[in-house]
Ligand binder design. Structure first.
Ligand code: NAG
Length: 366
């Protein structure tokens, strides 16, 4: 029967075997015959941020490249004898170096996808390291062997062109989701006001203008309708398909603006309103201005004078006064410097104000 201590020792030994990259290079290599999957068990540290497989490959490539640079001159004194040269080239593709390059690579908790990629494609990484170091790793590893990345403008499991084709991706008006990756959906995410599978349709309030003569891959521009139109077929108020709110249809001139009294209308003039504008009310015939001052519907202060306007009103101070800090105060004479005045001095009445002014200058020099 095994003692608990034996079990613990065996468990620890198993743990050590399960994570070779945490051992020193020599220890790790001793247990690994050449051409074994030295990247196995490179550490699955649990779920985290998920990159698509192409981004994960590119990340792995960046990390490997850095380590390759870091380990390039190791065990090499810099001499140029034949012996040193051959020692250098042996090092370049040595397993010890590979172990060092891969040691705790993509080990950050956030780099699970990178880790996953290395687990899935370890034989490609090894093949590149031993036989293809002269080839650009990004292309060799991500596109040609593991096939997780697609060429520019291509996307999805079969690396098909993005909608609109590689030269007119999403009509140039949107983003091809996941472009360059086998994991990308390749759907267009269109910018306003474009819509549709390849962003060649226009949202309401715009008309569509085709800029090329390729019906299979049209290049389309969406142009805003005239403000008088709700929908249109082209430029100007005569190209309206329907009129915007506040406009009415005329056969000759297109959509025309309603009377200011109308929010919507069937024809010109305040008698053609369907609904009245704010500040107007329906009398038997017309939408007529509401006199907010007379109906006391205004919000002027008691020291202000209410002035009615078409559709609205405003609040003024009496003549000779101005609004200062929410109060009407006598207007300062232009020859006096306003900055010398304290507001409290302005409470004197008009007759005294004229006499008081000469005293202001000496007072202000204090
Ligand atoms: C305006 O009225 C004419 C005649 O009824 C109609 O043919 C046209 O479609 C209308 N236009 C709009 C923008 O409603």
């Amino acid at each position: 029967m095994r003692s608990p201590i034996t079990v613990a020792v065996v468990a620890l030994a198993l743990l050590a075997v399960a994570s070779p990259w945490t051992m020193t290079g020599v220890e790790a290599v001793r247990g690994l015959p050449k051409s074994s999957n030295v990247l196995r068990n490179a550490g699955r540290s649990g779920p985290s941020q998920t990159l698509d497989r192409c981004d994960a490959c590119r990340k792995a490539v960046r990390e490997i490249s850095t380590r390759m640079t870091d380990t390039a001159g190791k065990n090499f004194g810099g001499g140029n004898t034949a012996w040193e040269q051959s020692r250098f080239s042996a090092w370049a593709t040595s397993e010890v170096r590979l172990v060092e390059v891969m040691d705790s690579i993509c080990s950050d908790k956030m780099e699970f996808s990178c880790r996953q990629f290395l687990d899935d494609h370890e034989e490609h990484v090894e093949k590149w390291f031993y036989h293809h170091q002269s080839e650009p790793m990004d292309r060799w590893l991500c596109s040609e062997t593991s096939r997780v990345c697609c060429e520019h403008g291509h996307v999805g499991p079969q690396c098909k062109p993005c909608p609109g084709g590689p030269t007119n991706i999403c009509n140039g008006k949107g983003e091809c989701k996941g472009m360059g990756s086998v994991d990308g959906s390749g759907e267009c995410k269109c910018r306003d006001p474009y819509k549709g599978r390849d962003c060649t349709q226009c949202k309401p309030g715009h008309f569509r203008r085709v800029l090329n003569d390729n019906p299979d891959q049209p290049r389309v521009e969406c142009v805003k309708c005239d403000p008088s139109c709700k929908a249109c077929t082209g430029e100007g108020r005569q190209a309206c398909k329907s009129c915007a709110q506040g406009f009415y249809n005329t056969t000759e001139a297109g959509c025309m603006e309603c009377d200011p009294a109308c929010q919507s209308c069937t024809d010109a003039g305040p008698s053609s309103c369907i609904a009245c504008s704010e500040g107007y009310a329906k009398d038997p015939v017309n939408c007529a201005d509401v006199d907010e001052c007379a109906t006391k519907a205004h919000s002027c202060r008691t020291d202000q004078i209410c002035v009615n306007t078409p559709g609205s009103f405003h609040c003024d101070c009496p003549t000779g006064e101005q609004d200062l800090n929410d109060a009407c105060v006598p207007t300062i004479q232009p020859e006096a410097d306003a900055s010398d005045f304290d507001v409290s001095e302005l409470s004197v009445d008009d007759d005294d104000a004229a006499e008081a002014q000469p005293e202001v200058a000496p007072h202000s020099e204090l």
